[in-house]
Design a protein around this ligand. Sequence first.
Ligand SMILES: NC(=O)C1=CN([C@@H]2O[C@H](COP(=O)(O)OP(=O)(O)OC[C@H]3O[C@@H](n4cnc5c(N)ncnc54)[C@H](OP(=O)(O)O)[C@@H]3O)[C@@H](O)[C@H]2O)C=CC1
Ligand SMILES: O=C(O)C(=O)[C@@H](O)[C@H](O)C(=O)CO
Length: 251
Amino acid sequence: MPDAETTTAVSQAIAAGYRSIDTAAIYGNEAGVGRAIAASGVSRSELFVTTKLWNSDQGYDSALTGFDASLAKLGLDSVDLFLIHWPAPENDRYLDTWRALETLYAEGRVRAIGVSNFLPDQLQRILDLGGTVPAVNQVELHPALQQREVQEFNAAHGIITEAWSPLAQGAVLADPVIATIAERVFRTPAQVVLRWHLQQSRVVIPKSVTASRIRENLDLFSFELTDADLTAIDGLERDGRTGPHPATFNG
Ligand SMILES: NC(=O)C1=CN([C@@H]2O[C@H](COP(=O)(O)OP(=O)(O)OC[C@H]3O[C@@H](n4cnc5c(N)ncnc54)[C@H](OP(=O)(O)O)[C@@H]3O)[C@@H](O)[C@H]2O)C=CC1
Ligand SMILES: O=C(O)C(=O)[C@@H](O)[C@H](O)C(=O)CO
């Protein structure tokens, strides 16, 4: 989402009742998020702001510098969740980077630290450091790519699974299985997919710049899917990755 568009969309989202905002240094829109927060009139303590460290800033010292730059753009003095955006295995700097995030956590400049796009073996290397367990692993996850092995590993270690592209960028919304459930429960396909995530205990971060969709994507708490609905959507797995693969993406 471009910076200029971000201020409007985040302002609409906060007004609609959203309290969680996901951004990243690489998106170039932290300043737009900051402007929306400053203008919102909502107290900072009610908001949950996540940002992410880009791959080129990995390493102990550069992660600390990257964090300072993000904070300055956001106009905040702390964030609620700070993530390593990708493992970037070729650079192999995520263990030093994790130590920097632990420093920020110890200093109280971040309320929680986590990772994004980490595979189980990459996460295991962080766990083997014996320090802070990542609070969150944010990964691509939607009906066409369910990442069951990653979800199981996260759960086994008390790590929350957060789904990026939770709607597969819209690609799953015309699926007949989802459309049929949506018709039956009098909701939209996007609401059905988001509800599927929530009923399976995942955090979701749907993106929209469209005011009506921003509201729609939050209106998830007055209906429920049945176990049969959840199973039917589970059946849509087709290894349908849309983004890069964490084993090979180095940014
Ligand atoms: N950690 C990581 O590596 C990554 C993290 N992310 C994070 O995840 C967020 C969401 O992922 P994203 O890739 O944007 O994908 P989403 O699955 O959230 O899909 C966004 C797309 O779906 C459309 N859309 C949203 N709501 C609806 C609706 N109710 N009905 C129909 N269409 C809808 C949007 O259109 P429109 O905006 O025009 O309304 C947009 O085209 C990002 O904003 C980012 O914060 C994303 C990619 C990678
Ligand atoms: O959108 C994200 O969060 C991503 O990680 C990537 O799509 C990222 O923006 C990118 O690959 C830029 O080169």
